[in-house]
Write a protein that binds this ligand. Structure first.
Ligand code: ADP
Length: 588
């Protein structure tokens, strides 16, 4: 994403808080005008006392007005800051919400890409979004004030003393010029800084998640050292960013000071030769620092902009991505007979160019069972991911009851799916809540019915709190088989016409396996199902078996047909039979 696009993106976001930012600028401008008046008042008091020998009584009124002006300006500045800050906070909240929604909509596919993806997302959602605050709350109002306030001061100066106004006009552009020159370097450094932070977060997150492995390898000290090395690296990058920021402040202060000095020298000489009134000279001299102040402050605000641009670069692509293609169909009617499915020359390639599926065609009538077989990396999960709507085909199409899947709203489509991954996730909460996850309104009788069919009811009743027993995080405290059966009950309750199953490849003990098979039989009844199959019994019972290798279908048919063909299927089955140590032999 080019820098111009990033700027444009930030400006588009700013449009959302245009109103409060305008008010904030209005208040700042009022405060600026009061400042000009206040300086005039101070100049006139001092000039009256020094040159006209005025007494205390003569200057009493302006002297009393001064503190009021101070107070009024304090209030105005406070109001301006508060408005801008609150608008920025609202916007941050909004951006974070939209970004999170995008990430969730993208699904888990994105988080599988690249090593630092999770860390990157966490950094993006936290520090990344925080970095926007400076841009909206300070940079934007300051940008406008940088033009308005100096212009107002310049106008007053022009009336009082044209020579000083000329010096101002000549010197003022030098400050932004040098600032941009130095800022160019900061931008690159800033992006480097973000990258380092993302790597650091990713590494840290990995370590926390893999704490058991670390302990087991006795490697925690080594890893702690590596984190400390990375943190030190990050510190060094941060310092170099700060060094440039300080350098730019120094240069800006230097130019501003020199410019004020030039104005002062000109005024001094003319006062000395009596070519100028004391009041005019003093007034202009008081105003001069405030003429340069907004320009000087731009340095630090520009730094805030750099930070925001550096941060936005990390998520703008995701924010700007087109929404899912507009869907034409708005409903999917599932006839009583169930759901039929066909793949027509389906192709899928990841962004990095990996072709995961090529020219995959098959069709499945309602109620039929499909088994996907093939070595790791063959493309089996990709077929499930496509059906889950996590990714879209890059070629060909998928038809559901004759309707192109890409024409269906994905939320509506997912209602038709029962999904049973290898390791189902149970979120913390009670068992009843876990079962009800896919259909929050299910009555208790339905839940118990599903649990009975999934052969998990007796186990649940054996717990002290029954269905109200609280699950630990990720189903901790339950065995793999029990989690599977809860997930099966959950899918039964959902009662979706198409089932996507990823069979556990680990070998379960006979009793557990028997219970799971019985539970699955209930689930598979009258439903169309696609299973990434590892157990020979499942494969044998399938109506259609697809043997995948390297993203293409190398063989397809029923068990008997494929056994007779003596091809890839036979090799695959023999290999898994040997790998399983003969356990599957009882089936076949
Ligand atoms: P299987 O489920 O049969 O083991 P997959 O469908 O997971 O195979 O993978 C098919 C191919 O896609 C493999 O070559 C794999 O390396 C690749 N792949 C999977 N996920 C990604 C990803 N997020 N980015 C790039 N390539 C991927």
């Amino acid at each position: 994403m080019s820098k111009a696009n990033l700027s444009r993106y930030l400006k588009r976001e700013a449009k959302r808080i245009e109103q409060p930012i305008r008010w904030s600028i209005g208040l700042s401008l009022m405060s600026g005008l009061l400042l000009i008046g206040q300086m005039g008042m101070i100049a006139s008091i001092i000039s009256d006392v020094l040159t006209k020998h005025a007494g205390l009584a003569d200057v009493m009124l302006p002297l009393c007005l001064l503190p009021l002006l101070f107070l009024a300006r304090a209030f105005l500045s406070y109001g301006a800051e508060k408005l801008a800050l609150h608008a920025a906070i609202d916007l941050k909240h909004d951006v974070r919400g939209r970004l999170l929604k995008r990430l969730i909509a993208k699904g888990p596919i994105r988080s599988r890409e690249g090593d630092s993806a999770t860390g990157d997302q966490v950094t993006m959602l936290t520090e990344g979004i925080e970095a926007l605050e400076g841009y909206f709350a300070r940079y934007l109002p300051a940008m406008v004030m940088m033009v308005l306030l100096p212009l107002a001061i310049l106008a007053v100066t022009l009336v009082r003393d044209w020579l000083s106004a000329l010096v101002m006009v000549i010197t003022a552009p030098l400050i932004p010029f040098f600032m941009i020159l130095i800022g160019k370097g900061t931008e690159k450094l800033n992006q480097k800084q973000w990258h380092k932070l993302a790597v650091l977060s990713a590494h840290f997150l990995d370590m926390i998640q893999g704490l058991t492995t670390l302990k087991w390898f006795n490697a925690s000290r080594r890893e702690a050292e590596s984190v400390s090395r990375m943190a030190d690296d990050y510190r060094r990058t941060t310092m170099s960013v700060l060094r440039v920021a300080f350098l730019s402040s120094l240069v800006l202060e230097f130019f501003a000071t020199i410019s004020i000095a030039i104005i002062a020298v000109f005024i001094g000489f003319r006062l000395l030769y009596g070519e100028m009134s004391f009041y005019d000279g003093f007034y202009v001299l008081l105003l001069a620092p405030d003429f340069y102040l907004p320009l000087r402050q731009m340095g630090s605000h520009y730094h805030a902009r750099m930070e925001a641009v550096g941060a936005a670069e990390r998520f703008v692509d995701l924010m700007e991505e087109d929404e899912a293609p507009k869907t034409k169909e708005t409903s999917l009617s599932v006839p009583q007979a169930g759901l039929s499915l066909s793949f027509e020359h389906v192709q899928f390639a990841y962004d990095d160019g990996t072709v995961a599926l090529q020219d995959v065609s098959f069709s499945l009538s309602a109620g039929q069972k499909l088994a996907l077989v093939g070595p790791s990396g063959a493309g089996k999960s990709t077929i499930l991911d496509l059906l889950l709507g996590l990714i879209q085909p890059t070629g060909g199409r998928i038809l559901v009851n004759g309707v192109d899947l890409s024409h269906l709203p994905v939320d509506l489509w997912r209602l038709q799916l029962g999904y049973l991954p290898q390791a189902p996730t149970l979120f913390s909460g009670t068992i009843a809540e876990a079962l009800r996850y896919g259909c929050p309104d299910a009555p208790m009788e339905a839940i118990i019915g599903a649990a009975r069919q999934a052969e998990i009811h007796d186990f649940i009743m054996s717990l002290p709190d029954g269905y109200d027993s609280v699950l630990q995080e990720k189903g901790g405290g339950l065995s793999g088989g029990q989690i599977q059966r809860i997930a099966i009950a959950r899918a039964l309750l959902r009662d979706a016409p198409l089932l996507l199953l990823d069979e556990p490849s680990a070998h379960l003990d006979r009793a557990t396996e028997g219970k799971i098979t019985a539970a699955l039989q209930h689930l598979l009844q009258n439903r169309t199902a696609i299973t990434i199959a590892h157990r020979l019994s499942t494969i044998k019972e399938a109506d259609l078996i697809l043997v995948l290798e390297g993203g293409t279908i190398v063989e397809s048919g029923t068990h008997d047909q494929l056994m007779a063909a003596k091809g890839a299927y036979l090799r695959q089955v023999t290999a898994s039979f040997v790998a399983a140590g003969g356990q599957e032999g009882h089936d076949g």
